[in-house]
Design a protein. Structure first.
Lengths: 640, 100
């Protein structure tokens, strides 16, 4: 084992004062923006996008101020809590609307508001022709506000509030073009699958409350040591289920690829700054539970490894540029979960990878959006090619993101992924080698994407006239590209590890089983093989504009998302539908049948008896006589 | 005291003739007369039993029956006349509109 640290540090925040009491502004600004834009209606159409961008930018400025203030403090004073008001006070349940600001949430704040602000700026240009742009910005603001509440919460219930807010906002944004049936279906799918994860979250909160009598991080972290390991494992597994839903981990991964139906900035926001990172945040934040539940940690690692390969394999076969990036997100989140599952040794690297992934994935999604913007919203990479001349800025910025994600030496992704692989190798050979394999596949599919999109020959449709996007879109790209390149500085002198130590603890340093340099060389070698493979398989040949049909079974499976939808369909959807059909049939036949049967029987009896009233006086007379005879016979029978 | 059996037997025969007549005849006048026959058969039985018991209860009852029968004849014949006028028929089977 690489590290088995002392128990996780307690969450023991001081009360916020000075600059830090401005913490509520970070959430309140975008929330106010969303409220104004949604309630203001068409009156705000003209300046809605400016307001939306301004609130996020304001949030970012406040986040920077807070961060600077936090930097000035001593290491043990870096946890502060801001009590806004009592939210729920019923019997033993006492939940305050408390915000926790510590090194972990500080980094998330900067990522969410920073990348979020850039995406907002970009959206001004990207959505300029959309008549519902104001509404789009309202939803974006809501999304960011919910995510900020999620990472600032001081207890699981407030976190759940943000968690659900993120789910709602993602539903609204994925289905933003609701007139398209596919977008509406994708939004519904994301919502439903997220609900499955939310069951885990709700149960975990309930179990936490039952076990500890509190849901606050400070309370739970102080009491976690007293709970039995089986309880902690159960809580850990439920939290993992929740994280799987939000972070699109296997087996709840199916919504992520369909979520590409939303406008591209939404994809960037979901994949880089908000939503999918929430699961990783949850696991890292709950480190005081996972550290004491090794079985739950193993489950996290297993899910993570499966997902990182799953997403990467899907990415290899897709022709839709956004779906390749979606597969890659799934895979990269898998890396983060892997780090989070490795415990104290991996938490900091998981967060590190999350941050740099936020930079380069936002960069690439916005780059893909820029390409689509110039190509009449074409997403099929087989219809791209040679776009480097038409869109030089997009190409160059995208290339930075590309080099970062494959882990080209010196770029941000190199540092983060290298650290994760190193930690994984130290933990277990198998996990480490699979993570290495994932890095190779990543290099393959990203190189394929680059080749198909920007290099090789033109395969444009006749009406395509690619052009560079306006400055309002390229400037965010340039900023994000710079961050993608330079993100690695966070690791200088192990800064991020030390910075996060008050939250996640410090690992005892062990010598890894093989030298660090060897691991790095191995990783770079695997990446080089992936790139070379992509060049030989894709770059050297003429690319057909229609996908070849005579392909291997593996390709077929990858094109069908490794049958994720089919599995859901067969295991859940169809049995569910059959059950529902059976129940309605049983209700109709048995329950309704019983009561309508009684009614029909009485009615039939009435219809039969009515026949006696035939209007013939003589038949009535016969009835009277018969009745009289009956009376006589009865009397005789009684008396004799 | 004379033997009541022949009187009761006659009463039963008359009643039976009346009842059969009500059941099998279609002409309203005949049916009506058969009803009268049944009433009078009952009167005969009542008077016989009164005689047998040696009190007047049965005879009083017979008088009541006669009064009621007289009133019934007035109303019944009026109804039959009206039906005959409107339908040109005195058959009870033709007057079968009042049914289900």
């Amino acid at each position: 084992m690489y590290a088995l640290a002392e128990s996780a540090p307690l969450v023991d925040p001081a009360t916020a004062d000075g600059t830090l009491s401005l913490l509520w502004l970070v959430v309140a600004l975008p929330l106010a923006g969303a409220v104004v834009l949604l309630l203001g209606g068409r009156a705000t159409d003209r300046w809605g996008h400016w307001l939306g961008t301004a609130t996020i930018t304001g949030s970012f400025v406040v986040s920077v101020l807070l961060f600077v203030d936090l930097l000035d403090r001593g290491e043990d004073e870096r946890q502060v809590v801001l009590h806004l008001y009592d939210w729920i006070r019923v019997g033993g349940l006492d939940v305050g609307m408390d915000l926790l600001y510590d090194p972990l949430s500080a980094l998330f704040l900067l990522l969410i508001t920073g990348v979020g602000a850039l995406i907002h700026v970009y959206s001004i240009g990207y959505m300029s022709h959309d008549p519902r742009r104001r509404r789009f910005f309202a939803y974006l603001n809501l999304f960011v506000a919910a995510m900020l509440l999620l990472v600032l919460a001081e207890n699981y219930l407030v976190l759940f509030l943000g968690w659900e807010g993120v789910g709602l906002a993602s539903y609204l944004l994925i289905g933003f073009w609701q007139h398209k049936p596919s977008a509406a279906a994708a939004a519904k799918k994301a919502f439903v699958i997220n609900r499955v994860g939310d069951i885990g979250m709700a149960l975990a909160i309930a179990l936490l409350f039952v076990t500890f009598g509190t849901t606050s991080f400070s309370g739970v972290s102080a009491l976690a040591g007293a709970a039995t390991e089986s309880t902690l494992t159960a809580i850990g597994l439920l939290l993992l289920l929740a994280a799987c839903g939000k972070s699109a981990q296997v087996p709840l991964q199916a919504w992520l690829l369909d979520a590409m139906e939303g406008p591209t900035p939404v994809s960037a926001l979901i994949h880089a700054a908000t939503m999918v990172t929430a699961g990783v945040y949850l696991v890292v934040r709950s480190n005081f539970i996972f550290d004491l539940a090794p079985n739950a940690q193993t489950a996290v690692v297993a899910v993570a490894v499966v997902t990182l390969l799953w997403g990467a394999i899907i990415g290899c076969a897709k022709d839709d540029i956004k779906k390749v990036l979606a597969g890659s997100t799934m895979s990269q989140i898998g890396y983060m979960m892997l780090g989070a599952g490795l415990g104290v040794a991996g938490y900091a690297f998981a967060i590190f990878h999350l941050l740099v992934h936020g930079f380069f994935k936002a960069n690439m999604f916005l780059g893909a959006g820029s390409v689509m913007h110039g190509m009449n919203d074409e997403v099929d990479m087989r219809r791209y090619g040679a776009l480097r001349h038409a869109m030089p800025v997009t190409f160059l910025t995208f290339a930075m993101g590309y080099l970062a994600i494959i882990g080209f030496p010196g770029f941000s992704g190199f540092w983060s992924k290298d650290k994760l692989i190193e930690t994984a190798l130290a933990d277990s050979w198998l996990v480490g080698l699979l993570a290495l394999l994932g890095a190779g596949i990543t290099a393959f599919y990203m190189t394929r994407l680059m080749l198909l999109t920007f290099l090789t020959s033109k395969r444009w449709r006749d009406d395509a006239h690619p052009h560079e996007s306006p400055a309002v879109m390229t400037v965010p790209l340039i900023v994000l590209a710079a961050l993608s390149v330079l993100g690695g500085v966070l690791l200088l002198g192990d800064w991020i590890v030390d910075w996060l130590a008050p939250v996640v603890g410090t690992a005892e340093h062990h010598e890894p089983p093989i030298p660090v340099l060897a691991v790095t060389a191995l990783a770079v070698g695997v990446v080089a093989v992936g790139v070379a493979l992509a060049w030989f398989l894709v770059g050297r040949h003429e690319v057909p504009v229609t996908p070849p049909q005579r392909v291997s079974l593996a390709t077929r499976a990858a094109r069908a998302d490794l049958y994720g939808d089919a599995v859901n369909d067969h295991l859940v959807v169809r049995p569910g539908a059959a059950l529902a059909r059976g129940l309605t049939t049983a209700d109709r036949r048995v329950v309704d049948g019983f009561f309508t049967g009684i009614a029909a029987g009485i009615g039939g009896l009435g219809r039969g008896l009515r026949r006696a009233q035939n209007g013939y006086v003589r038949s009535y007379a016969l009835s009277v006589l018969g009745g009289g005879l009956l009376v006589v016979v009865a009397l005789l029978a009684v008396t004799i | 005291m004379s033997d009541p059996v022949p009187f009761i037997a006659l009463s039963a025969v008359l009643f039976t003739i009346g009842a059969v007549g009500v059941l099998v005849r279609r002409n309203a006048i005949v049916v009506f007369m058969c009803v009268e026959l049944m009433l009078n058969a009952c009167n005969l039985a009542l008077v016989t039993f009164a005689k047998q018991h040696g009190n007047l209860d049965g005879q009083v009852a017979a008088f009541f029956v006669m009064v009621v029968a007289a009133a019934e004849v007035v109303v019944g014949l009026a109804i039959i006349m009206t039906i005959f006028r409107t339908r040109r028929s005195a058959s009870v089977d033709d007057a079968s509109l009042l049914k289900y």
